[in-house]
Design a protein around this ligand. Structure first.
Ligand code: NAG
Ligand code: NAG
Ligand code: NAG
Ligand code: NAG
Ligand code: NAG
Length: 464
């Protein structure tokens, strides 16, 4: 209650003294919403997760998947310990790792989610492999890789596991932690594997390159890849890369992708950022920012996962918690799940933000971003600042496009999405009540006071 009153007091004080920048000492900027720019039906494109699914079926109750609009998973048995370390440790270790991935696949399909199979993890190159671990095509010998694919294809077919399936042909080969070999050897692996899998399963999506680095004409991993897949006729069905460095933004990296596609004569296939957000960004403000960024360019997105060991296979990539989570008493098979603060952002995004999307632009400094839907009765604005404090503002233009008068007063309802830490329970956003804004010129502007780096806000008002 105290915090709520403080927020409202700041809001009215600033309106009285004539402008949000009066108390804004740090970066400022405005995110602009254009209510007249209908950008289509919401598909909650950012509701995917990297790992996060327990290997025991039904361990996390259904509603946690359905309420967040879970629609994309990505796994391949990473970090399953011995005897489950993958193909490079022998057939038994392969089979145990495969069982983990197959279980995660079945869970994804239960909710009609797509599943991206990580064959580098099933091979054993999950980042924990030792320095003498073999890679596909070492010394020009593809025998083990070909046998591995034969085994895997056979196991997937035997388990009827190809519906809703995508395959990332390798994860982050531009990092030595996952691919400690040359770029040329990687491209040979890509060409060989793409053609084999396409012949085997014509309708399974083959995606990549899943680089850690964003598209750029000065990144030789990207330029060589584009050149190779064009000449090798092995173009990925989705352009995949990761956004986990804490910098960059979706519009500019998407723009860089367009430059590459044009240069190399490649098709503008859909984008999938199948790892997005740093660990510090996995809080309400960061998640709301990423949602806005991904939705703007119609990219699928899967939350990155910063947990390890069995916890990597739990908690829906830091959206849930349970008793003893994050402690030495943690048990991967324990239940008693509850949502953390970040979960509430995804729940609101999926369940409440219905109707149609409208176009927005982020603040000029790229710190504040907004995702907006127009429903039959309410406009809903979800906003997040990318892990900064300061004062920003939101301008909503073309109010008449939703049947409102071009001037008057507008009552805006505010919700606060907060977190008490990565493992702390939060069951709902805070209702901060209604505040009346006077406006003219078919446009309303109001401030965002970001006093800490974790909170996100939603604003709602009635259409006319
Ligand atoms: C390194 O990993 C390989 C499997 O990739 C294994 O065969 C080998 O024994 C391991 N070496 C050591 C020293 O652990
Ligand atoms: C694509 O590259 C792979 C690996 O070098 C090669 O085996 C295959 O024949 C190539 N396919 C085409 C169509 O160039
Ligand atoms: C979201 O929608 C649900 C179901 O209609 C409703 O119970 C809940 O109060 C809404 N939440 C917010 C924050 O508006
Ligand atoms: C509408 O929004 C989309 C997505 O942000 C943007 O690409 C497009 O340029 C906008 N169109 C107009 C007319 O503002
Ligand atoms: C962040 O600021 C908001 C708004 O004042 C407050 O409600 C919330 O509790 C704060 N969170 C933390 C972790 O301090």
């Amino acid at each position: 209650m105290m915090l709520r009153n403080l927020f409202l007091a700041l809001l009215s004080a600033t309106l009285v003294v004539g402008g949000p920048n009066a108390i804004g000492k740090r970066q400022s900027g405005t995110s602009v919403v254009n209510l007249g720019n209908n950008t289509g039906t919401p598909e909650h494109l950012a509701s995917g997760v990297l790992y996060g699914i327990p290997d025991t079926a039904n361990q996390i109750p259904d509603h946690f998947y359905t309420d967040m609009g879970f629609n994309y998973a990505r796994a391949g048995g990473a970090q399953v310990p011995a005897p489950g370390r993958g193909w490079i440790w022998g057939l038994t270790e392969y089979k145990n790792r495969f069982a983990s991935a197959l279980s995660n696949y079945k869970t994804a399909r239960k909710y009609n989610a797509n599943f991206i199979f990580l064959i580098h993890d099933l091979w054993g190159a999950d980042g924990t492999q030792n320095s003498s671990a073999p890679y596909p095509g070492d010394n020009g010998d593809w025998t083990s890789w070909d046998a591995y694919l034969t085994q895997w294809i056979s196991d997937m077919n035997a388990n009827d596991a190809t519906a809703g399936l995508s395959v990332d042909l390798w994860n982050e080969p531009d990092l030595t932690g996952f691919w400690d070999r040359s770029q040329a050897q990687y491209l040979q692996m890509w060409g060989r594997t793409w053609h084999r899998l396409r012949a085997e399963w014509p309708s399974v999506l083959l995606t990549g390159p899943a680089y850690a680095g964003s598209p750029s004409s000065s990144n030789t991993w990207w330029t060589e890849f584009c050149s190779f897949v064009k000449s090798n006729a092995s173009v990925p069905d989705q352009w995949v890369w990761h956004m986990e460095g804490g910098g960059g933004d979706m519009e500019s990296t998407y723009g860089e992708l367009q430059v590459l596609l044009k240069t190399y004569g490649l098709p503008n296939n859909p984008v999938n950022i199948d790892e997005y957000s740093t660990y510090p960004e996995q809080v309400p403000s960061g998640s709301a920012w990423w949602i806005a960024q991904l939705e703007r360019i119609n990219a699928h997105g899967l939350r990155g996962n910063w947990l390890s060991g069995w916890a990597l296979h739990d908690f829906l990539a830091s959206l849930l918690s349970k008793p003893n989570a994050g402690t030495s008493s943690y048990s991967e098979t324990a239940t008693g799940y509850f949502p953390v603060g970040d979960y509430q952002v995804y729940k609101y995004y999926n369940l409440n933000m219905t109707g149609y999307r409208v176009g927005t632009i982020p603040s000029a400094d790229l710190a504040l971003d907004t995702y907006v839907t127009v429903g039959s009765s309410l406009v809903k604005i979800l906003c997040g600042v990318r892990i900064e404090t300061g004062t920003w503002q939101i301008t909503v233009n073309d109010l008449s496009a939703v049947g409102l008068p071009t001037s008057g007063t507008l009552d805006i309802h505010t919700y606060e999405f907060y977190t008490n830490g990565y493992y702390a329970e939060v069951d709902a956003p805070l209702d901060l009540g209604w505040y009346e804004h006077t406006y003219s010129g078919n446009s309303v502007t109001f401030p965002i006071y970001q006093v800490n780096t974790t909170t996100a806000y939603a604003f709602e008002f009635y259409v006319g």
